[in-house]
Design a binder for this molecule. Structure first.
Ligand SMILES: Cc1ncc(COP(=O)(O)O)c(C=O)c1O
Length: 480
């Protein structure tokens, strides 16, 4: 007779639940190769008993990516590119090869697009911010739902006299109503520079805003800046179908390694508009102190300040090949199955008095959304439990979640219902406030939420453990 211990019982319960999950999400089975990869290339997760649910924060690399990069560095001699010596030319070739590979990966025609390497998405966004020819009478239009690195472009726009307009998102799903979009697009001014920026996928709510906006906005006279940082790790971005003027990407979010590499993909037509506010080593063909002038290098190099991260650039190509060997559609399918199930499980949690355990900020289903699931937990009296405290409790179980506003203050403010009246005092006398006074006005306004993000090698077991953790808050008062 088999003696059932607690672990066996727990496993049996998980197996049973897995069977139910699979019948609800049959497509999951077609993603089986990711389980094999998890056991081989990402074995460190289970060896260290990590439940990693922070893929929107950073992707994870396969061990083979590291081996391949190490072999390249161990076997070749590379020098600083852009010179005519052998080691430099070898490196230049690798850099240009990686540049072409990025275009190929996103199905972008080299006749239409170029790739500028940057340190990250923020670096890509800043290039647009400082080079877009904003002037008096121009416009910067953006969604409330945006990363701070997109919000920050407003400082460049305003300093040059451009008007800044935000399009609100509507809770609870945090989508943008089509009427709002239509009337915002109508704000484009003829014969002016009009820049519209939005995320293909919200890093806060997981909402995927329509890519159809790109052509609609362009038809009304906008240049479109697509922040694709949290979209591309689990979705196909086909630049032969969609034609944004600027696309910002961080590679570590797609395949984990290397960090310190991103890119700006720019339509050649839009590229002509950009004006660099300065020049630096690496960006010019000729400069003179005596003659007080310079010539910017044509093409991407004119936007790559100083020495590029040349030893890491080849690892971008192998990272993209790694994703291709799995298939971005396979990754997408898996992430959507797990996300759908996670949302269903979290939404069904109730205290005995019938009150919900969690509030979800974002779509309650998998229509037009990604694998970012943002929630707050509430006790049986309906009191919000500080997300930082929940994050710390999750740590005890080696579950990595992320608490805070996730650099997306607009989405947080819409989700949590903060009004202008709540927040204006925080900035009204910004320069004269003492730190103590600042703490007084900011009190209660820094509340955030708890984000779980599902990615490349998330398994059912990971999500199951998070659901079990969430279940432990049923009927629980938490003192923190
Ligand atoms: C949607 C979005 N945009 C921009 C960024 C900024 O990326 P990075 O910090 O790599 O520059 C992030 C990072 O989380 C993001 O999620």
């Amino acid at each position: 007779m088999q003696v059932l211990n607690a672990t066996t019982l727990r496993l049996n319960r998980m197996d049973l639940t897995f069977n139910i999950f699979q019948s609800r999400y049959p497509a999951y089975e077609s993603t089986h190769k990711l389980d094999e990869l998890r056991a081989t290339e990402y074995a460190r997760l289970d060896r260290e008993q990590h439940v990693y649910l922070d893929y929107t924060g950073g992707g994870l690399y396969a061990e083979s990516q590291i081996r391949e990069h190490l072999a390249l560095l161990s076997n070749e001699v590379f020098g600083n590119p852009h010179s005519k010596n052998l080691t430099s030319m070898a490196m230049t070739e690798r850099v240009e090869q990686a540049r072409s590979y990025v275009l190929k990966y996103f199905n972008a025609s080299p006749d239409e697009y170029i790739v500028v390497f940057t340190p990250n998405s923020t670096g890509a966004l800043k290039l647009v911010a400082e080079s877009y020819p904003f002037q008096q009478g121009d416009q910067y239009l953006l969604t409330f739902d945006n990363h701070n690195s997109v919000n920050g472009i407003r400082e460049f726009a305003r300093s040059k006299g451009a008007a800044v307009t935000y399009i609100p998102a509507q809770p609870p799903e945090l989508r943008i109503h089509p009427n709002e979009i239509d009337s915002a697009f109508n704000l484009a001014r003829p014969n002016a520079n009009n820049l519209f920026a939005y995320p293909a996928q919200s890093n806060f709510s997981g909402v995927q805003h329509p890519l159809e906006w790109i052509a609609q906005a362009q038809a009304k006279g906008w240049d479109v800046l697509l922040d694709a940082a949290s979209f591309v790790p689990t979705n196909r971005l086909d630049l032969s179908q969609w034609h944004p003027d600027f696309v910002a990407i961080s590679f570590y979010k797609i395949f984990g390694y290397p960090t310190g590499m991103g890119c700006l993909i720019v339509r050649k037509e839009a590229f002509k508009k950009l004006r660099r506010p300065w020049y630096a080593g690496g960006t010019i063909t000729f400069s003179s102190v005596v003659g007080d002038g310079h010539y910017l290098t044509p093409g991407p190099a004119g936007f790559e300040d100083g020495t590029v991260n040349y030893l890491n650039i080849p690892a971008v190509e192998s990272g993209l090949k790694h994703i291709e060997s799995i298939g971005i559609d396979v990754i997408h399918t898996r992430v959507m199955c797990l996300t759908g199930w996670l949302i269903d499980q979290l939404l069904r949690l109730q205290h005995s008095n019938g009150k919900p355990v969690i509030a979800l900020y974002g779509p309650p289903n998998i229509h037009m959304r990604g694998g970012t699931v943002q929630v707050n937990f509430f006790d049986p009296a309906g009191e919000l439990i500080d997300c930082n405290h929940i994050e710390a409790l999750a740590n005890e179980l080696r579950i990595s979640l992320r608490a805070g506003c996730h650099c997306n203050p607009g989405a947080r403010e819409m989700a949590l219902g903060f009004t202008q009246n709540d927040l204006l005092p925080c900035f009204s006398s910004k320069d004269s406030l003492t730190f103590e006074q600042f703490l007084g006005v900011i009190e209660g306004k820094t509340t955030g939420a708890l984000r779980a993000s599902i990615g490349l090698v998330t398994t059912f077991a990971d999500v199951y453990k998070y659901v079990q953790f969430a279940e432990s808050f049923v009927d629980r008062y938490v003192t923190g």
